[in-house]
Ligand binder design. Structure first.
Ligand code: HMH
Length: 222
């Protein structure tokens, strides 16, 4: 049986569930999340996105084919030309100015997660890097879908976090998530059991660091 993306999740079911169904996510869905927690998260996510852009630049450098190179460039372009602007605008609506964003100190959880991804890509190849990035890309899409399936999720104006859910349930994000899964399914089909074992370690670590990122938001830790 060739390996698939789904097998990475099956190797760390507890961690994956703790990430997708985290208290931060539940509270965001039922509108009970403290505004301070969300603002703290938004600020750190701005710093996260900058490092995320660097990870796509690294993916370009690590691309053996023209097609991979173009894919990395598209990812980098989407973050720089669209996502960061949207994020800045969104932060503004939550009372966080561009000036404040420009002068933020990085929380330890942000440092740990983003530098882990970059180091994994530096040491390894494009597949290692994509596996390290996949909990971000696939996880947030899955979180939006999980929230939508829950009876106690509040949508619309009654939930101040509605726009956040909308962003990750958008066709644009869901398409990017599906493209990432297809890319990984193709590459994983050819790997040996020993190589798959290595990749599961990367996937589990990145997922644990996503959990820490939610914890950082809830606990306002720096
Ligand atoms: C921490 C984190 N993970 C994933 C995403 C989705 O891109 C994000 N914006 N932030």
């Amino acid at each position: 049986m060739p390996y698939q993306f789904e097998d990475l999740k099956k190797h760390c079911p507890t961690e994956w569930r703790d990430y997708i169904e985290h208290s931060f996510v539940r509270q965001l869905g039922n509108a009970s999340l403290a505004a301070e927690a969300f603002q703290h998260y938004l600020k750190q996510d701005y710093l996260f996105l900058i490092q995320f852009a660097r990870a796509f630049a690294l993916a370009a450098y690590k691309s053996p084919t023209l097609s991979d190179l173009r894919q990395a460039k598209d990812g980098l372009q989407a973050i720089l030309d669209t996502e960061l602007d949207l994020h800045i605008q969104y932060c503004n609506e939550w009372g966080i100015s561009e000036d404040e964003l420009a002068n933020l100190p990085e929380a330890r959880a942000t440092l740990a997660y983003t530098r882990y991804v970059l180091d994994t890509g530096n040491r390894g190849d494009l597949l290692d890097l994509h596996v390290a990035l996949s909990p971000c890309i696939v996880g947030y899409g899955e979180i939006a879908n999980w929230l939508n399936d829950r009876a106690d999720t509040i949508r619309g104006e009654a939930n101040p976090y509605d726009a956040w859910i909308s962003m990750y349930e958008s066709d644009e994000f869901q398409d990017a998530m599906q493209a990432e899964i297809r890319w990984l399914d193709e590459r994983l089909a050819d790997v040996s059991p020993a190589r798959f074992e290595q990749l599961t370690r990367i996937f589990r670590d990145a997922t644990r660091l996503e959990i820490d990122f939610w914890d950082m938001g809830l606990n306002l830790s720096d």
